[in-house]
Design a protein around this ligand. Structure first.
Ligand SMILES: *[C@@H]1O[C@H](CO)[C@@H](O)[C@H](O)[C@H]1NC(C)=O
Ligand SMILES: *[C@@H]1O[C@H](CO)[C@@H](O)[C@H](O)[C@H]1NC(C)=O
Ligand SMILES: *[C@@H]1O[C@H](CO)[C@@H](O)[C@H](O)[C@H]1NC(C)=O
Ligand SMILES: *[C@@H]1O[C@H](CO)[C@@H](O)[C@H](O)[C@H]1NC(C)=O
Length: 211
């Protein structure tokens, strides 16, 4: 048992010795996003001034249940778009400028719920190899009313209210016109009922001259 632990420790120290001080790390270990939103996943790796960009290999994958899905593939410093899984087609951009600084920045747009999972980027260089994972959790955009969208909705909403007020006023006017028309015709036809009208107040009574 002790022998096994010793050999494991030896193996670990050996591998760390071989890979030297080359590290791949992440700026964030887990990301949270909503469906259809965008996100930028970022990894960092140790750079070396003397190394040529041609000796840079990067594999970034989503470790899916059945098989890893390739998100990004760089071969000898050149992107290989054919390697990318069709789940990510047209939804991933990478930042060429920051690669020289040892940053792998992958902008993912129009996120889907099934983009959720563990992402791993493996970096191979002439001076070392390493990989690191991060997590992405994409949730359904169910709580839309609480998200930033209401700002976009306020205008049509207030317009709707104005429309409603205009409509109500128009309806009231029509109703008034209709009612007074009804009163008018009613009193025009039966002037004998004027007595009832008088007890309800003069406002509702058409002028006597009109009949
Ligand atoms: C990640 O690694 C890079 C390159 O080695 C280093 O400059 C940076 O400080 C590291 N960041 C963290 C958060 O460990
Ligand atoms: C998401 O990314 C796409 C394409 O890169 C862009 O057109 C869109 O404006 C972005 N949306 C947000 C909310 O940042
Ligand atoms: C992921 O979801 C999209 C729709 O959101 C669907 O078109 C696609 O087939 C799904 N992919 C997998 C591997 O389930
Ligand atoms: C993803 O986020 C949702 C909402 O915050 C949370 O309930 C769920 O546990 C998260 N799932 C994972 C695998 O982290």
């Amino acid at each position: 048992m002790e022998k096994m632990i010793c050999s494991i420790l030896l193996l670990l120290s050996l591998t760390s010795c071989v890979s030297g001080s080359f590290v791949v790390n992440v700026t964030q270990t887990s990301y949270q996003a909503e469906e259809n939103h965008n996100i930028t996943l970022e990894w960092m790796f140790t750079t070396s001034t003397g190394s040529s960009p041609n000796s840079l290999f990067i594999f970034c994958e989503l470790l899916a249940d059945l098989k890893p899905l390739v998100l990004f593939h760089l071969h000898e410093g050149v992107e290989v778009p054919e390697s990318q899984d069709k789940q990510f087609t047209g939804r991933v951009r990478w930042d060429k400028d920051v690669l020289r600084e040892g940053r792998i920045r992958l902008h993912m747009s129009r996120l889907r719920i099934n983009d959720s999972g563990v992402y791993r980027c493996e970096v191979l260089t002439g001076y070392g190899t390493s990989s690191r994972i991060c997590r992405l959790n994409v949730t359904a955009a169910a709580d839309e009313p609480n998200s930033p969208t209401p700002t976009m909705r306020t205008q049509p909403e207030s317009r709707g209210w104005i429309g409603l007020y205009v409509g109500l006023t128009a309806a009231l006017l029509v109703l008034c016109a209709g009612l007074s028309g009804l009163y008018f015709t009613f009193f025009h036809k039966s002037t004998g009922n004027r007595g009832n009208c008088g007890s309800e107040g003069r406002g509702g009574c058409p002028p006597i001259e009109s009949s």
